[in-house]
Design a protein around this ligand. Structure first.
Ligand code: ZN
Ligand code: ZN
Length: 370
């Protein structure tokens, strides 16, 4: 399928899903939903850009007049949908309301729409209840097409190349921030257009799951959690965590790491269609709990990934969603001993008809750099 027929098919599936959910129209502002449906990677700005997808009519894209050339040059311009520019003194919300049927009962707004825009739509469409478009769009986005799976494989390989170069930068005597800067440069150099996050948690900072960077000087013997991700030109995200030790780490750290590695392996090996998200979470959590570290695994197992680095499906207790072929998500259990040290191992996995395919292929064992 060409890029544009791919998006035409997505618009069609979104329209059918919206119709089945009793929604009269989808309103989609810049972000991953818009990129998914039209290929247009628009900047979120104060001026309204919005895809309007009425279930009973043709979709159209409303953009500020000055953004129209960019919209037309994007894949959305080849989709054959109408692109309407609005001028500085026009009211784009009134313009959209005038083109929608009078008797709207329910419109769906993309989940990331800015509040000022959703309130302006409420004022322009006072008779229509507002619901979240994610309720219909996220189920479509969660099941990756073969082309999207390929794009995620390329993102995974790109971040693996960064991890495999870690010995170039990670040394005692350097600060987390200095190492982080080198990693960020490499994320771009190895095949991304954007750095999404760089976590270098050294020594006691490794015990804080979302520690980012600090001026702490990395010391010999420190365990270092490196969790990094970026977005490729195609718009797909990478995300992988590995743990490094600068020389031999404490014995107790090694013990906890072996437990974590066993749990993460068991989880990646268990992925198959039909397994529920909460069951996958429990497979790792139970192993970690049996080894006595249950209280120190303080977050969910993982999150979906695609055009956003965190999206559905979430691999978390309570989520009864069965895995399906095409779903892509992280498996990233962690053990964090407060103020001492912690570890997390993270791979992106795609559920296939036969099991799980890991998109991150660097070794998962503790990497001791000497
Ligand atoms: Zn991560
Ligand atoms: Zn992650």
């Amino acid at each position: 399928m060409t890029t544009t027929s791919l998006q035409a098919d997505r618009l069609d599936r979104a329209r059918k899903a919206a119709s089945a959910a009793g929604i009269d129209a989808l309103l989609v502002s810049p972000g991953a939903d818009l990129r998914y449906l039209t290929g247009y990677d628009a900047q979120p700005l104060e001026r309204l850009t919005c895809l309007v997808l009425p279930v009973g009519g043709d979709p159209f894209l409303v953009v500020p007049a000055l953004e129209k050339p960019a919209a037309q040059a994007s894949p959305a311009g080849r989709l054959g949908i109408e692109i309407t520019g609005w001028n500085e003194t026009d009211d784009p919300y009134a313009l959209i309301a005038a083109r929608l049927p009078r008797a709207l009962t329910r419109v769906a707004l993309d989940n990331r729409m800015w509040t000022e825009k959703s309130l302006a739509f409420r004022a322009a469409l006072p008779g229509a209840a507002q619901v979240l478009a994610g309720d219909v769009l996220y189920a479509l986005r969660a099941r990756k097409s073969p082309a999207e799976a390929e794009a995620l494989r390329r993102a995974g390989a790109a971040i693996d190349r960064v991890h495999s170069r870690m010995g170039e930068w990670l040394r005692p005597g350097r600060t987390e921030r200095e190492v982080g800067r080198d990693i960020a440069d490499a994320i771009i150099a190895e095949g991304h257009v954007r750095v999404d996050f760089v976590i270098v948690g050294s020594g006691p900072h490794s015990a804080s799951p979302h520690h980012e960077l600090s001026d702490r000087v990395i010391e010999a013997g420190d365990p270092v959690v490196v969790d990094i991700g970026g977005t490729t030109e195609e718009g797909y995200c990478s995300d992988s965590t590995r743990v490094y030790a600068l020389g031999e780490p404490p014995e107790e750290f090694r013990r906890a790491y072996e437990v974590l590695l066993r749990a993460q392996r068991a989880q990646t090996d268990a992925v198959r269609p039909g397994l529920r998200a909460h069951e996958l979470d429990a497979i790792g959590r139970d192993l970690i709990s049996e080894a006595g570290y249950g209280a120190y695994f303080i977050h969910r197992t993982g999150h979906g990934i695609g055009l956003e680095s965190h999206e559905e499906p979430y691999i978390v207790a309570g989520n009864r969603l069965p895995l399906e072929p095409g779903m892509a998500f992280s498996i990233e259990p962690g053990i964090y001993l407060p103020d001492r040290y912690g570890a997390r191992i993270e791979d992106i996995v795609i559920c296939t008809a036969n099991g799980g395919e890991r998109l991150n292929r660097t070794g998962r064992e503790l990497v001791v750099l000497t």
